[in-house]
Ligand binder design. Structure first.
Ligand SMILES: [Zn+2]
Length: 267
């Protein structure tokens, strides 16, 4: 559960209002078995190749593994959410699908909180060489140069990304500059400035052209707050979302070239 009040001393009034707006939603979750049930249903339906069912507070995998949904540790500050999340914390704030959600409020990073054992179990551990074995080629924008990229075949992500590529390929030529050359897909590394593994190590994420990207770490904070910046057009975001990929441009800690396969967060 998200406890936004911890950072009160560090933020100004406008930011406080945003935190308070987000807080009731998250704090309601622990006491709301109906909401947990909905989220667990959504997880099971989003990853049908791996997940079989759930009960009130756990996810049952097809191989019999049982994973706890809510660890019962109660309120977590933002850094703890990122470093020690449970499955429930992945939903600490809703992902706003479509042309919505920007600029995000302070510490509103829908999809950036990831319970790593869940993803490692599906996609493999990149440090053990388990991820690359499951990666296949997809031709990116066949009508515009068509370079091959590698992406995981787990969860049909390769097919989903091919569908994204086919739709992006039909956009007017003015969009191509955002999409190629690609920033990349697979990279077994930790997230810059942290010890947390990057989702790029799962082989289920893609960075479009770095030249048009904006990243919160490159921004200078103003009054302790990162000013939002984005140059990626909605048309591109909408196509990715349609096929199960969320966009890093909807995070307060924005990373606007970044898309990752997270169908559980989309309608
Ligand atoms: Zn990325």
């Amino acid at each position: 559960m998200y406890q936004g009040l911890v950072r009160l001393t560090a933020v100004r009034f406008a930011a406080l209002a945003l935190l308070l707006a987000a807080w009731p939603l998250a704090s309601a979750s622990a006491a709301d078995p109906g909401r947990n049930n909905e989220l667990l249903d959504k997880l099971v339906s989003s990853y049908p190749d791996f997940l079989a069912s759930h009960d009130e507070n756990s996810l049952v995998w097809k191989d019999g593994t049982v994973m706890t949904f809510d660890d019962g540790k109660g309120a977590k500050d933002f850094d703890t959410l990122l470093d020690h999340p449970d499955l429930e914390d992945q939903f600490y704030t809703p992902y706003p699908a479509g042309r919505a959600g920007i600029p995000p409020g302070v510490d509103i990073d829908p999809g950036r909180v990831r319970y790593e054992p869940f993803f490692a179990k599906m996609y493999g551990d990149c440090k053990k060489g388990e991820v690359t074995k499951k990666m296949v080629d997809v031709v990116w924008l066949p009508k515009h140069g068509g370079k091959k990229l590698k992406i995981t075949s787990v969860n049909g992500v390769d097919r989903k990304l091919k569908a994204v590529s086919d739709e992006l390929d039909k956009l007017p030529d003015s969009f191509v500059k955002y999409l190629t050359p690609l920033g990349g897909t697979y990279n077994c590394r930790v997230i810059a400035g942290t010890t947390r593994p990057s989702v790029h190590g799962n082989g289920a994420a893609i960075d479009i052209n770095v030249a048009w990207s904006d990243y919160w770490r490159n921004a200078r904070p103003v009054d302790g707050k990162y000013p939002y910046k984005n140059r990626i057009p909605w048309e591109i975001v909408e196509i990715f979302e349609k096929h199960g990929f969320i966009w890093g441009g909807k995070w307060y800690h924005y990373d606007t070239m970044h898309f990752e396969y997270r169908p559980e967060l989309l309608p």
